[in-house]
Design a protein around this ligand. Sequence first.
Ligand code: SMO
Length: 768
Amino acid sequence: MTQPEKSVVGKNVTKVDAFKLARGEAVYTDDFRPDGMLYAKVLRSPHAHARILSVDVSKALEFDGVVDVIWHQDVKAILHTRAGQSYPEPSPYDTVVMPEKARFIGDRVAVVVAESLVVAQRALELIEVQYEELPAITDMDEALTRTDVLIHETPDPRGISQAGKSNLAASIDKQVGDVDAALKTCDHVVQRVYTLPRVQASHIEPHISMAWVDEDQRLVVRTSTQVPFHLRRMLARILEMPEAKIRVIKPRVGGGFGDKQELVVEDLVSILALRTKRPVRLEFTREEELIAARYRHPQRITMTTGVMNDGTMVANRMRVLADTGAYGSHALTVQGNTGQKVLPMYPAANIHFQVECVYTNNPISGAFRGYGAPQGCFALERHMDEVAKALGMDRLELRKMNHIKLGDTDPLSAKLGEGKEGLVRVVNSTGLEEGIRLGCDAIGWNKPRPASQPHLKRGLGMALAMQGSGIAGVDWGAATVKLNDDGSVNLFVGATDIGQGSDTVLAQMCAEELGIACEQVQVLSSDTDLTPFDVGAYASSTTYISGGAVIKAAAKVREQLADVLAGPWECDPGAIVFAHGKASAPGGQSMTMQEVAMFAFYKAMIQPMATESHMSNDSPPPFAAQFADVEVDQETGRVYLRKFVSTVDCGTVIHPRLVQGQIEGAVAQGIGYALFEEVLLDRRGKVLNPNFLDYKIACTLDMPEMETILVETDEPSGPHGAKAAGEVPIDGPAPAILNAICDAVGVSLFQLPATAERVWRVCRDAEQ
Ligand code: SMO
């Protein structure tokens, strides 16, 4: 059956949740307050490394309004990972609900649950804890070399980390060709070290969960999460409960950015609800977000690149030392991405990727939009400018000459994968060349403008980025499409809208397949009792993976309807077309979708409905070419970002305005990474700036003139030709901006963020 031209996909339809969000309806986790709800609060360790010898909770329990207090004696120690990943998770099992040993300043020591938040907070002060302080390691290099102090003593049951032997949480060593041998043949070898800070996702809605036991004695968890189904599976393990007894509900989510691809508070509210038989709520304060949630991993990356005089890249080595902090969830996979999503940009014959990710007694690193790629992209793209400088070659030409092209393979992908190895990636769609051309035009690459004032220096910078669309061979999702007798449709997806707009994009794909308007699609996402499985919102997977499931399920329903109509219409079901809210046959017969539905329900007596699953062995890379125009005040080090241009190839665009929103939001976070953001720790591992006064994220007033150009391609493996868009645009801003600063003032910066003080120091040192 030939469906007509697209009428919903590619259009800026109204976001399906726009009105309720704009009206301030009760849609988020916290908007629901069951009767008799209790408030939980966590007592956190003041020591970076200490045994928790005893916890005296008697005074707290006597305090009026306190209902329960738990510590490690009350909770069975079952090793698990809190990373929300497909089973078997590639992250080490190094975590228990309540540890007997605190591993960072902020680790869980006890949890109070009380009638009010004020009481819970006050009761924390009444808990008496005896600690045995242990030597703490807060430095990555020290963690790597010292074996006399082990942060995790119990061997990882699955052997993923080196727990019990060293402080190595994860390591990777993969090579294509022979870099050492190749470097000897190169005209130039350029080696530099790049330093990446600890930054926090800073989603506006904090981590918040509530749990209660329902009338069937089942545990219900309402939570702000990216991974409802992984959570249900993890909770079943931790609580030693059948999954069937657990229901996880994800309402609207006010941002996650990877920080909610993790079990952060759900275990505590679950345990406390089961103990107290009352609803329990736990919400992080902003201070807790900056201490006890997750960070983008701090890394130190050494790039060693061998090139010939003409600019041909022959060998490229990336060596990563990363700090996972006290626990190792996402340690292997984030660091894996640092190379896997980045090094293929320049497919040299010899590529070597090495990772050492260590446990320290610092707060915990984890998933954050880009998932390791922003660090790697900063190092590689800043390094490309350094290589160009060493060669005396134009940095744009160097990139053009070496970047990955249509039909190129990514040999590293065969050696690296999340749990599954051996899937070679081939680039079947790329708009990178066009993006570079359009971006250069938009920023004025070949005609740089003079500085606006005499004391400022002006410069331009660029960066190329690629990411993936889901995890090849691992990510999958399912969708259920159910027709109602008024011709409307319910779309049930486990896919997790966390504000990015995936419900809208999935509704568009469903509507397109059935030839109905988007308003006729009612989306439910996600509830483990009601919606089919999906891995959740991470790895830029939802449009590409879950979208594939939606299209299959909707097409199945369309076929069911065609079968119903083919009899009375005496035609081939394949000849019936569904478009513009109607079904029509070549013989001229026609019915509105409502008439079709009424016919199906009350004549044919069937429920048109289908559930379909989708996975992909491919993870086609979206591409971005990003450009920055800056002015720098050498006297103060202040950077003025004048203009930022992003060109992004995310395949076919399903919803232009939502993609633009994804890109501009990512650029904003990238600007913060480039210029302001850094969680500062003292030598003891204590966070010094756990608030938005001292930890600066980029806000509206920090935004430059922004231009966003969508370079459409048609990805053969994607739904309607779509690839991912959520992560790739966060990779390029930091290197593009720093390259622009370096261009402006003629120095080299190797560290993020480029604060005024750092820029000033580098300029001053260059003068001396
Ligand atoms: S950083 Mo995302 O949840 O893959």
